[in-house]
Design a protein around this ligand. Structure first.
Ligand code: HEC
Ligand code: HEC
Ligand code: HEC
Ligand code: HEC
Ligand code: HEC
Ligand code: HEC
Ligand code: HEC
Length: 395
């Protein structure tokens, strides 16, 4: 099936190393370190070559991962909260999808093709009918907690296919999967799904599951579903053994030691770093790049003039807790720099000025929600700025 240019947005493939290096050198002049302490955003592919742990690293053997249930024995409250996050449910077996269970029959039509997605306790099957012909596939994986949407994978002859239809929460129904052609399919094969190249499939799993690639070998059957403790902290068996034998609590990666730029790149291992977005040309795609929070955030004057730990992802989001939707709760972050008490005097630097317009609910105006076409969901624009009517979306 032919793919629209937006295919790139969701899964850009591995770029040649040469390209990576040139981007990384031009961005700031000074050669940066791959490990902790770099002053500019780096491509994730480069981070993965460093010696230290980094999310999506694939070298450790499967036995080195112990699973969240083991971490939960000691880190009780963190684990209890983390399992309720969207990240912990970033993937699941299709039979475990709540969205599908709540909707035992979903239908859709596209030209002469009529779809039915039938789910029961033991399986979910996508049927496509055209006149008297029927084709079907049992779905294997569901990707996405479906805060916004959920996409399905099935297997055929050892290859993974991405179903042509995804579930969208806003619709409580089906529509075409992001990145797929929106035209009438040319045949049954196109109507059912798209064969994802192996490299792409590995990338999906490396961001949406834990330990699907170990010793550099892809084995989704051995993965923990979702983004669990060890997706961020790295394999935990050494840590657990050390704690149990009284040898201290080290031997595990604690991201709180990271400098601000590294900390944002750390989340960017999956959310895409500023450099990942620039290096893959996604700066040209307009509102579709609103999904890439690190890229948007690092374009803000707030960030560029400070690179402060008051503005890293973890300054606003606790990765062990569900996303906070109360917009006013983010005010304290802004007010750490934009002192409210100073009354907006023009005599002081902008970053110390209070807002001339309002004293609360900062993000509702300065981090607006944007809905890219056909995605049926709104993303928060992390490019903090003054929004003026009629001004185009800054790319
Ligand atoms: C047998 C108990 C035990 C288990 C199991 C355990 N931890 Fe720990 N861990 C501790 C203790 C005790 C500390 C030190 C006190 C604290 O930070 O809570 C610690 C500290 C940590 C730290 C901070 C380390 C540092 O150097 O600052 C991280 C990160 C961590 N644990 C993650 C994990 C993860 C992830 C798992 C599962 C793979 C896990 N732990 C399993 C007991 C345990
Ligand atoms: C291993 C990959 C990975 C890493 C590392 C990662 N994320 Fe995520 N994150 C995801 C995926 C995948 C989703 C989408 C989850 C879903 O809705 O299915 C997500 C979703 C989120 C959400 C949205 C939650 C919601 O309720 O919609 C927030 C906020 C978030 N991540 C913050 C962070 C922060 C902060 C960090 C760094 C500390 C981080 N992430 C690191 C993969 C990752
Ligand atoms: C580089 C890491 C990465 C790769 C590769 C990746 N994703 Fe994601 N995915 C994320 C992150 C981070 C989010 C949350 C932010 C967003 O929605 O863009 C997400 C969000 C999603 C969502 C929406 C989740 C929700 O709760 O609404 C779906 C569906 C999804 N991804 C499916 C896929 C599929 C299918 C693939 C592979 C064909 C894939 N992703 C590849 C990181 C990745
Ligand atoms: C999305 C990435 C992510 C996931 C998933 C994650 N953590 Fe963390 N964790 C972090 C980051 C970033 C920090 C450092 C910043 C902070 O303290 O919030 C951290 C810090 C910690 C610390 C040290 C706290 C301290 O005070 O120094 C512990 C212990 C910990 N995590 C345990 C866990 C356990 C247990 C799980 C699974 C239940 C887990 N984490 C899942 C990203 C993650
Ligand atoms: C200044 C505070 C702030 C910082 C810093 C921040 N975020 Fe957010 N983020 C928000 C707010 C506010 C929302 C919207 C919450 C809501 O209303 O649902 C949000 C929402 C999200 C979502 C959910 C999808 C969406 O677009 O609404 C993801 C994913 C996310 N942030 C990831 C990140 C990552 C990764 C970083 C680091 C690059 C980051 N955020 C830094 C404030 C922040
Ligand atoms: C770490 C300190 C820091 C934090 C935290 C911070 N800012 Fe800023 N902000 C700055 C600096 C520095 C500037 C640039 C001032 C200048 O141009 O001289 C700035 C500029 C701005 C501007 C003007 C931008 C423009 O394009 O002209 C707005 C609006 C703004 N910040 C709003 C916010 C909001 C809302 C938050 C919370 C979501 C926030 N800031 C958090 C430091 C910060
Ligand atoms: C109702 C929408 C709205 C809310 C809510 C809001 N602002 Fe603003 N803010 C604006 C507009 C509009 C401007 C541009 C004013 C002008 O220059 O005419 C602005 C300007 C600013 C500036 C630039 C000031 C300067 O002198 O250049 C900063 C910094 C800022 N806001 C921070 C904040 C912070 C912090 C909060 C929360 C405490 C906040 N804003 C809440 C709409 C809002």
């Amino acid at each position: 099936m032919a793919r629209s240019p937006f295919f790139l947005l969701l899964r850009f493939s591995t770029w040649p190393a040469v390209l990576l290096f040139s981007f990384y050198l031009v961005s700031d002049g000074a050669p940066a370190q791959i490990g902790a302490g770099s002053s500019i955003s780096l491509p994730t592919e480069l981070r993965l070559q460093g010696a230290d742990w980094w999310p999506r690293k694939a070298e450790a053997p499967r036995e080195a991962y112990v699973g969240t249930a083991t971490c939960a024995k000691c880190h009780v409250s963190k684990a209890a909260a983390q399992v309720t996050t969207a990240m912990a449910h970033a993937s699941m077996s299709a039979v475990d999808s709540e969205s599908l269970r709540k909707h035992p029959t979903l239908t859709f039509s596209l030209g002469p093709y009529n779809y039915e997605l039938e789910s029961n306790a033991s399986k979910s099957t996508l049927f496509v009918r055209k006149e008297k012909d029927v084709r079907s596939h049992d779905l294997l994986w569901a990707f996405g907690f479906s805060h916004m949407g959920q996409t399905y994978l099935y297997e055929q002859n050892g290859d993974f296919y991405e179903a042509h239809l995804s579930f969208y929460s806003a619709l409580q129904g089906l529509d075409i999967t992001p990145g797929h052609e929106r035209t009438i399919p040319k045949g049954f094969d196109d109507a059912l799904g798209f064969r994802q190249p192996d490299t792409e499939i590995k990338r999906c799993f490396s961001c949406h599951t834990t330990a699907s690639i170990t010793k550099n070998e892809f084995n989704p059957a051995h993965a923990f579903t979702g983004v669990t403790c060890e997706a961020c902290h790295g394999p935990g068996s050494d840590h657990v053994a050390a704690v149990k034998s009284g040898q201290g609590t080290g031997a595990i990666f604690n991201p709180n030691q990271l400098a601000p730029v590294d900390s944002v790149d750390f989340c960017g291992a999956c959310h895409r770093t500023w450099q990942d977005v620039v290096g893959s040309g996604l700066t040209g795609v307009g509102v579709f790049n609103v999904r890439f929070a690190p890229y948007r955030l690092e374009n803000s004057k707030c960030w560029q003039k400070t690179r402060s730990n008051l503005l890293t992802c973890v300054a606003c989001h606790n990765p062990h807790q569900p996303l906070v939707h109360d917009s006013a709760s983010y005010d304290s972050r802004c007010l750490q720099c934009h002192g409210a008490e100073q009354g907006g005097s023009k005599k002081i630097a902008i970053h110390q000025r209070a807002c001339p317009v309002r004293t609360s609910d900062c993000v509702s105006c300065h981090m607006p929600k944007i809905e890219p076409p056909n995605l049926h969901s709104a993303f928060t624009d992390h490019w903090i700025r003054i929004i003026r009517l009629g001004k185009p979306y800054p790319n």
